[in-house]
Design a protein around this ligand. Structure first.
Ligand SMILES: [Zn+2]
Length: 322
């Protein structure tokens, strides 16, 4: 097809009255046809996937935590300057994510993975909700690590502890794990509420090198992603052509997210974008001929889009086993 993306958006209005050769970008029936004939499927998930589970995205206008720009707390530099405040931020997120539940979006993707061994899901989320939705671990790559992995801050030490769900993580971080009655705001979140400084001596030391202090096992801005994981993903992408790629709840502007979309396209994939802004005027240029875009919440949209493969959920919201 040689149609431009402007033509693609015009087809939304005209397709019902004219016999336009290309289905509109948000036609569910047309998408179902494509899905039925797709075998190798890739997904890239971001914070929007967990939004309806009640987890803040810490991006854009809501990107502040106390009076800190959340992105400024997610750096090695911030941790070196004040490990206590960075740990409070991550402790708060550990506590929130433990209380949250996987939503229908996580469950639908997990069901797709159980039914299609050729589906690989890459997530930028560190909240463990896809894992808790029983997404098969061999088909899930956590690009940015996990809130529940603990590493050593000593760069020459490779100690890592997986699946630490202690809440609070340690005694000094208890203020981040408080549940307020009647939905009252947590004092910790009020920038005018003074927080007792937490010294490095109050944070557990690494049991291996006994020099570094323990830190969250997430990938901070400026840090490299896990090299073995990156190689696994590259190998998967190179192995065979890709039929379809979902881009869910992420603007995919951070490396390597954007490059995965380009690579999947080159491997033949149609791109299907799912997030509330996907059909905004300013986003339409990204929709190439043959692509799909659904400007809806992932938790609401994914069960409908994936229904030909995963079926309808039962009354408990479970898709059952294949
Ligand atoms: Zn260490």
């Amino acid at each position: 097809m040689d149609s431009t993306s402007a033509d693609a958006s015009a087809s939304v209005e005209t397709s019902t009255t004219t016999n336009h050769p290309m289905a509109p970008h948000n036609d569910i029936e047309a998408f179902h046809q494509v899905l039925r004939s797709s075998r190798r499927i890739l997904a890239l998930c971001g914070a929007g996937l967990s939004a309806s589970s009640g987890l803040p995205t810490f991006r854009g206008a809501g990107g502040f935590w106390r009076n800190y720009d959340a992105t400024q707390l997610a750096t090695v530099r911030a941790f070196k300057m004040d490990a206590g405040i960075v740990w409070l931020f991550y402790s708060y997120r550990r506590h929130l994510a433990l209380k949250a539940e996987p939503n229908m979006g996580h469950r639908a993707l997990a069901a797709l993975a159980r039914r299609n061994m050729d589906f690989l899901c890459l997530t930028q989320n560190v909240d463990n909700l896809s894992q808790r939705a029983e997404h098969p671990s061999s088909q899930l790559k956590s690009l940015h690590g996990s809130l529940y992995d603990i590493k050593c801050s000593n760069e020459s030490c490779d100690w890592i502890q997986r699946g630490n769900f202690d809440d609070p993580f340690c005694a000094a971080l208890a203020p981040a794990s408080v549940d307020m009655p009647n939905g009252e705001p947590l004092p910790l979140l009020d920038p005018y509420h003074r927080v007792k400084h937490i010294g490095e001596d109050e944070i557990p030391k690494c049991p291996q090198c006994k020099k570094g202090i323990q830190r969250p096992g997430v990938v901070w801005f400026g840090e490299d992603l896990d090299a073995n994981m990156m190689m696994d993903i590259s190998a998967w992408m190179r192995a065979e052509p890709i039929d379809l790629m979902f881009v869910i709840g992420t603007s995919a502007q951070v490396y390597p997210a954007a490059s995965y979309i380009d690579k999947a396209r080159k491997r033949g994939a149609r791109i299907v974008t799912i997030n509330p802004e996907a059909e905004d005027e300013a986003e339409m240029y990204k929709i190439k001929p043959g692509d799909f875009a659904f400007g809806r919440d992932a938790a609401e949209c994914l069960p409908i889009l994936l229904e030909p493969v995963i079926g309808k959920p039962d009354e408990d919201g479970e898709f059952g086993m294949p």
